[in-house]
Design a protein. Structure first.
Lengths: 113, 112
């Protein structure tokens, strides 16, 4: 089974801090994604990557950046954390965009105070 | 513009009865549909999927129905169990870039 591992389950950061969320998958998947989940808003795509060093903006990229230096690792960066970025962050991977569904990590609950 | 809509934020059913979760979509290019289940503090897990060339797919207690002409799909859970209580997300793939587009989710509560 594909495993998608997010480095932290819970994080508390201060406003203005630079925050790194890390995600690693172990099945050589080409595609990786970062979503955030908020009550009443569902899952919203922040960024995705279809290859090393390749990235595309999702629906809500403002205030975020990403890095994919190795195929197995996809990092989400909050350049200057704000309270409205308090959310559940979910990483996912898939073999190919045509292959069907995603495998998700367990999520990181980020609180910005 | 929301392309995948789950119009019921929540649903409550009794244990043993049928749960029906609904999903509508607007993009006629979608060709593959999935349901995910999510417990609190966990990532979504894949439940069942259906290709647009089919109108029904069944897996144990879970059946997904697709009505392409109405751009509507539904997930039936029979019989419902308390452990089915979770948020269910409908997702669709296709269009210009094959990303998955998710609905906002429906919270299902199955009462003992």
């Amino acid at each position: 089974d594909v495993k998608v591992t997010q480095s932290s389950r819970y994080l508390v950061k201060r406003t203005g801090e630079k925050v790194f969320l890390e995600c690693v998958q172990d099945m050589d998947h080409e595609n990786m994604f970062w979503y955030r989940q908020d009550p009443g808003l569902g899952l919203r795509l922040i960024y995705f990557s279809y290859d090393v060093k390749m990235k595309e903006k999702g629906d809500i990229p403002e205030g975020y950046s990403v890095s994919r230096e190795k195929k197995e690792r996809f990092s989400l960066i909050l350049e200057s954390a704000s309270t409205n970025q308090t959310s559940m962050y979910l990483c996912a991977s898939s073999l190919s965009l045509q292959a069907g569904g995603y495998t998700f990590g367990s999520g990181t609950r980020l609180t910005v105070v | 513009d929301q392309q995948v809509k789950q119009n019921s934020p929540s649903l409550s059913v009794q244990e043993g009865r049928i749960s029906i979760l609904n999903c509508d979509y607007t993009n006629s290019m979608f060709d593959y549909f999935l349901w995910y289940k999510k417990y609190p503090a966990e990532g979504p897990t894949f439940l069942i999927s259906i290709s647009s060339i089919k109108d029904k797919n069944e897996d144990g207690r879970f059946t997904v129905f697709l009505n392409k002409s109405a751009k509507h799909l539904s997930l039936h859970i029979v019989p419902s169990q308390p452990g089915d209580s979770a948020v269910y997300f409908c997702a669709a793939r296709g269009g210009s870039n094959y990303k998955l587009t998710f609905g906002k989710g429906t919270l299902l509560t199955v009462n003992p």
